[in-house]
Design a protein around this ligand. Structure first.
Ligand SMILES: *Cc1c(COP(=O)(O)O)cnc(C)c1O
Length: 611
């Protein structure tokens, strides 16, 4: 881990490395904006699924030679490191890093006016390098500049930290700062992709840059709004209301200033009399999508006045695939690194070879658990994994709903091991309580045949070890709140079936008894837990007892789900449906239109050569 102990820092201009290779950004036609991006395991610029998806998207863009560039914030104090005491009580520490010690400067800075004062914004460049050497430059905006107000210097420090005022300032830096920086660097993308509403204020930057120099935003017309929308693509990521940023009008006026705030208001960016980033993004995009087929439909109901499409998420195969499986595939079908469709041909590889490779990953998991907790798990015992951001709708404790039955099953099937991990947001008291609940139940029911461990600090590295090492991946969200979920995709890629509620991606990925099992829909937590236990006892454990059949299931997971739920396929869909569609999208009929209500005109698709 790079730390921030590295003493005094000069100005960005001094720190920037002289030998930065010049980058011709003029050919970059797509700009991807995201508040978080998981760039490398040691760089704390992400919190969870959204950032991992953003990073995986860019890694696939690099592998496939896509003409992209990306923008985020540098997050000097990152997201937090989690500590859990013996009772499962969570505390947090910052994870600091110093971009200037690792990265070249972007070469340009800019001045933004916000909160009624000027703020200098510079950036660092992180290069995502693809398998064939193609580079996707990622600009990490930084306000820690001499001369800036002390408050403003801290704006790009903490991912999802601070209060709503701080968050709104961050979104100004990301959206407006990002657009103006790209333009200064000579980059004039045809498409701006807002990865979640955090980036929606980039629309203001595009509006400003459209107007003649010195012209007031008050002169922007509906035609200007449509022209901006023509350039923008918006992906919404959650049906959970808390996931949609909202800010009071007082904060909007204080941070944006009168002119910009009035423009947002005039063009429909408010909802329930609050500045709503999702609505800003909807108003300024020509394409909107959810992140799995069902999530698109759920979002369509939430936003009946807009067309909402679906592009199901994926994961970057080379990032998440266990090394022994990588070696196996390199030997048998080396083109997988350029084209993930080759995973389908795994049916030509003996299942036992896949099982053997998986066993290496399981051993690594057992070693990790021993090193971190002192618990000695058994490599030949059925092992379940549950790791995710701890939010109430994810129901981390559903697996422990009936501890007595779980203990009975464990005894009957010759042992059961469960590995938990997950962070609660520092301000989420309910989430923190859930971790304690898991600790408490686990402490009471653990026996010789049932072993339960909770690993601290779920992050990229641990996410890999878990999804590559367990036998079955568990997911128990309350429907329909799981927009997609991607950890189960990482598991599938590694030959690990899921036992999951039919929500998010699993509706598309579940072939019962072939790629995993569905937890049946019930009208209570208890009913769904019963289904989970039934499947575990009657389907999963017996299959696990038949190694050849289990190995065939591992093969199906990779062939059927690994070949599809990857970011190579996903990015291809974004290109042909959203970025540069070959034909207008006419399928979706917004609810409002069905009801005969006025629907905002659907701008014609952008037709641009380039890919
Ligand atoms: C993949 C990943 C996630 C997202 O997984 P979900 O299934 O959406 O919960 C979150 N955090 C980490 C560290 C990951 O690696």
């Amino acid at each position: 881990m790079t730390t921030s102990k590295s003493g005094a820092r000069g100005t960005l201009e001094q720190a920037g490395k002289a030998e930065v290779p010049a980058f011709d950004l003029s050919s970059r036609t797509i700009a991807y904006f995201s508040m978080e991006i998981a760039l490398a395991p040691q760089i704390p610029t992400y919190s969870g699924g959204l950032g991992v998806l953003a990073g995986d998207t860019l890694r696939s863009a690099a592998d496939t030679g896509a003409p992209m560039v990306a923008v985020s914030l540098c997050h000097r104090k990152g997201y937090f490191e989690q500590h859990l005491d013996a009772g499962g009580r969570q505390t947090e520490t910052d994870v600091c890093w110093s971009p200037e010690t690792a990265l070249p400067a972007a070469g340009e800075c800019l001045t933004l006016t916000m909160q009624g004062r000027q703020i200098k914004v510079c950036a660092w460049r992180f290069d995502v390098v693809g398998v064939g050497g193609h580079v996707i430059p990622v600009f990490l905006l930084d306000t820690d500049m001499e001369g800036n107000d002390p408050y403003d210097r801290r704006l790009t420090d903490k991912l999802y930290g601070g209060d709503t005022y701080y968050r709104l300032c961050q979104e100004m830096v990301l959206g407006l700062g990002g657009v103006h920086l790209l333009h200064k660097l000579g980059c004039l993308p045809a498409v701006y992709h807002m990865n979640e509403g955090h980036a929606a204020l980039l629309a203001l930057g595009l509006l400003e840059d459209r107007l003649p120099p010195g012209a007031s935003l008050a002169s922007a017309t509906e035609e200007d709004r449509l022209a901006v929308a023509e350039q923008c693509v918006f992906t919404t990521h959650t049906p959970v209301p808390a996931g949609h940023d909202q800010f009071g009008l007082d904060q909007m006026y204080a941070v944006l200033g009168d002119e910009r705030a009035r423009t947002i208001e005039r063009f429909g960016g408010l909802h329930n009399n609050l500045l709503n980033m999702t609505y800003v993004a909807l108003r300024f995009s020509r394409w909107v999508n959810g992140v799995a087929m069902q999530h698109g439909k759920v979002s369509q109901k939430m936003f009946p006045d807009y067309y909402v499409e679906s592009v199901t998420n994926g994961v970057h195969a080379a990032t998440w695939l266990a090394p022994p499986l990588q070696r196996l595939f390199d030997a048998e079908m080396p083109r997988w690194r350029h084209d993930n469709s080759y995973f389908r041909s795994i049916y030509g590889i003996k299942p036992s070879r896949i099982a053997n490779a998986h066993r290496v990953g399981k051993r690594r998991l057992v070693e990790t658990v021993a090193a971190r907790t002192g618990e000695a798990l058994n490599e030949s015992v059925l092992t379940l994994g549950f790791a995710r951001r701890v939010a109430t709708y994810k129901r981390a404790s559903l697996l422990l709903e009936d501890p007595k039955r779980l203990a009975r099953i464990a005894k009957k099937i010759g042992g059961l091991q469960i590995v938990f991990a997950g962070k609660a947001h520092p301000a989420d008291t309910a989430g923190k309580g859930l971790i304690q609940e898991v600790f408490e139940i686990a402490g009471k029911i653990a026996t010789g045949s049932l072993r339960i461990v909770y690993l601290e600090n779920y992050d990229w590295e641990l996410g890999g070890i878990l999804t590559q090492g367990v036998d079955v991946w568990i997911n128990t969200p309350r429907r329909p709140y799981e927009a997609s979920g991607t950890s189960g995709m990482k598991a599938a890629l590694n030959g690990v079936p899921s036992l999951s509620v039919l929500d998010g991606w699993w509706i598309e990925g579940c072939a019962e008894d072939v790629t995993g099992w569905a937890i049946d829909d019930g009208d209570s937590d208890a009913a769904e837990a019963t289904s989970l236990y039934d499947k575990l006892e009657n389907r999963i454990a017996p299959l696990y007892g038949r190694p050849n059949a289990w190995a065939r299931m591992q093969q199906h997971c990779i062939a059927i789900n690994g070949s599809f739920f990857n970011t190579d396929r996903m990015l291809g869909q974004y290109f042909s449906n959203a970025y540069f569609p070959l034909a207008p999208v006419t399928e979706a009929t917004p609810e409002a239109e069905k009801k005969g209500e006025a629907v905002p005109p659907m701008p014609s698709p952008l037709v641009t050569a380039g890919v």
